[in-house]
Write a protein that binds this ligand. Structure first.
Ligand SMILES: [Zn+2]
Length: 153
């Protein structure tokens, strides 16, 4: 049985058009009943409705917290992998918690940091404090790890 599934999946993933994706979708969704699938779609719509009901301000706060959590996780991974340096990458979107009411300072500093290297352990000194990409409220920056073996600059 497992062999048959592996063979079928192999065919799906080796094909280069969109038809196999539809077949794959059917394979996945056919594992549950139509009623169950319909119930899941209703649950998904409810989750989206709850998210919209939070309002823009609350959504932005949550997204900011998520970015900080990701920033901490990325830094922990970098340190565990002995990555000493990273490159600051500005997203292009303003680093402001509420982009419609910008304070300006943080965004300008983060924009200037784009492409610059920093030590993972200490971060970068921006706008009067040591920080890391994605760590500050409203920051949408990310980092690119510097891998010594691949480093040509
Ligand atoms: Zn930023």
């Amino acid at each position: 049985m497992l062999g048959i599934i592996k063979k079928a999946l192999g065919k799906l993933f080796s094909a280069k058009n969109t038809v196999p994706i539809a077949i794959e979708f059917k394979v996945i969704t056919s594992e549950i009943s139509e009623e169950e699938f319909s119930a899941r779609k209703t649950a998904a719509a409810q989750i989206r409705k709850e998210w919209r009901a939070l309002g823009k301000e609350e959504q932005l706060k949550i997204l900011s917290q998520r970015a900080r959590e990701r920033s901490l996780a990325v830094r922990a991974h970098q340190l565990e992998l002995r990555i000493a340096e990273a490159v600051w990458l500005y997203s292009g979107a303003p680093c402001e918690l509420y982009p419609k009411n910008p304070t300006g300072h943080q965004n300008a500093a983060h924009k200037d940091a784009n492409g610059k290297r920093y030590k993972v352990i200490e971060g970068m000194y921006l706008d009067g404090k040591w920080t890391w990409p994605g760590y500050e409220e409203g920051c949408r920056c990310v980092s690119r790890s510097v891998i010594k073996a691949l480093d040509k600059t």
